[in-house]
Design a protein around this ligand. Structure first.
Ligand code: CA
Length: 474
């Protein structure tokens, strides 16, 4: 690689090369010419307070924590929707999913709209990485369409192992649930606890492609319901009296151990330092359903409060992102696509309509300023806007609230009546953003305000031994 291109790839301009950058340049020089791998790990329904570095106390998560310790923790890392499928559509495209009608979850499998799925008009994260010459693999929960042309292997991923819906039982997974576990498009007979099976496949993908530049998207369905205890981890949490919490602890541990196994394989194959690793959750914790907490944030999965949309969000890239750093300005899951494309030496053009921004200048070079001075969310009648530290929350038809997040991270003090001009400003910003959205392509049970309650009912049915409805309701 030419030096100029190399520096450009690293987000460095000549003016920015100061003495304090020299340590990093030395590290970069050691890996010059190598194209970094990208490993994106997405947890499911994991709340803001549900990793150790973010305050989780009763369940150790040393492996997920290690990503933050080796890299950066985003304290204001958002997703673009408080529910599974729309967030995935935004992450997969780098665009607000309401730009192309992917506004809602599809509803239970038996009721899925014919039109459901990430529209083929949208270029995917996999497509972008394939354009860069990368081997691409997807392991886990897809939730972006069932039809043949919407399956992962048609959407930019060379390899797929997982399931297509929004949720799946973990124990003896091929024998349970409403749909198969697939390798590519073929049904497989999977008997391993599903989180462990996904880990096994992710590790095998790294081994297989250790000599190639690769992109691995590992979408665990943990810690989404159903609450099914992870074999071999029961003893560790026998002190936890509450059954649901104890089950959650084993599920969380299985995922953390899975992250650890992937990190270990990257290390063993000698590619850890050449790999950008990102971990985040697809939405906030549905605390009633799975005990995943969002403290100190208000709200849960399905709401536009911070607890629905601000999530655990960490990344490491040794020699590039300073170890143990914090990034405290707002970022969003839409940023990951342009960030990854930049990390591997590409660039998303203006004409691509990408809403996310490349975060490398901010987290590697500690560039001043904000990646986003405003962020927006829309899901049916629910909406939110964030401009600076102000946030408008429209959670139901009869109430629009205004919060100052700097003073009130818990969104307890509604300032709508006190600050009418500020509320108008945020409403106007939202309206402007909303002009570029389109009508939803399918209706959504997702707009129902009681997502957390529905989860609670599902969990109760399962606890009581009743069959669960189609597992992809979320
Ligand atoms: Ca989810």
């Amino acid at each position: 690689m030419k030096r100029r291109d190399f520096l450009k790839t690293c987000g460095i301009t000549a003016a920015a090369v100061a003495a304090h950058d020299l340590w990093r340049l030395e590290a970069l020089a050691a890996s010059a010419g190598k194209r970094p791998n990208v490993v994106l790990i997405l947890a499911d329904d994991l709340g803001y307070a549900s990793i150790g570095v973010q305050g989780l106390k009763d369940i150790p998560t040393p492996n997920i924590d290690s990503i933050a310790k080796n890299g950066v923790r985003f304290t204001q890392g958002y997703v673009s929707c408080p529910l599974c499928s729309p967030t995935r559509a935004g992450l997969m495209s780098g665009r607000y999913q309401t730009r192309f009608g992917h506004e809602f979850n599809p509803g239970p499998l038996r009721n899925v709209s014919e039109s459901f799925g990430l529209p083929v008009s949208q270029k995917t994260f996999g497509n972008w990485m394939k354009d860069q010459g990368y081997a691409t693999g997807y392991v886990g929960k897809w939730h972006l369409g069932y039809k043949p042309d919407l399956k992962p292997t048609k959407r930019g991923f060379d390899e797929f192992f997982g399931f297509l819906s929004g949720g799946h039982p973990y124990l003896n997974p091929s024998a349970q649930g409403n749909e198969p576990i697939l390798r590519g498009t073929e049904t497989v007979d999977e008997k391993e606890y599903l989180t462990d099976a996904f880990t096994r496949e992710a590790v095998a993908f790294v081994e297989k492609h250790k000599a190639d530049p690769f992109f691995l998207y590992l979408g665990y369905n943990a810690v989404h319901t159903p609450m099914q205890i992870a074999p071999g981890r029961e003893e560790k949490f026998k002190e936890i009296a509450d059954e649901k919490r104890r089950t959650f602890a084993t599920m969380m541990t299985a995922m953390d151990e899975g992250v650890g196994a992937v990190l270990k394989k990257l290390r063993e194959t000698g590619v850890e330092d050449d790999t950008l690793i990102i971990f985040l959750s697809d939405n906030g914790g549905p605390t009633g359903a799975n005990t995943s907490k969002n403290d100190p944030l208000n709200g849960v999965k399905g709401t536009m409060y911070e607890g629905g949309i601000r999530v655990p969000f960490v990344a490491q890239w040794n020699g590039h992102i300073p170890a143990g750093s914090l990034y405290e300005n707002p970022v969003i899951s839409l940023d990951l696509l342009p960030t990854a494309v930049a990390a591997v030496g590409g660039k998303v053009g203006e004409d691509a309509g990408i809403d996310g921004v490349n975060l490398l200048p901010y987290i590697v070079d500690r560039k001043d300023g904000l990646p986003h001075d405003r962020l927006f969310w829309r899901m049916g009648g629910k909406r939110a806007a964030r401009v600076g530290d102000w946030k408008m929350v429209h959670e139901s038809a009869d109430q629009t609230m205004l919060f100052d997040l700097k003073a009130d991270i818990g969104e307890k003090n509604d300032l709508a009546a006190k600050e009418p001009d500020k509320l108008k400003e945020l409403q106007a910003a939202y309206d402007e953003w909303n002009t570029k959205n389109v009508a939803p392509l399918w209706g959504g049970g997702a707009a129902r305000p009681a997502a957390g309650q529905r989860q609670g009912r599902l969990a109760r049915r399962q606890t009581e031994g009743q069959p669960a409805p189609a597992a992809d309701a979320k």
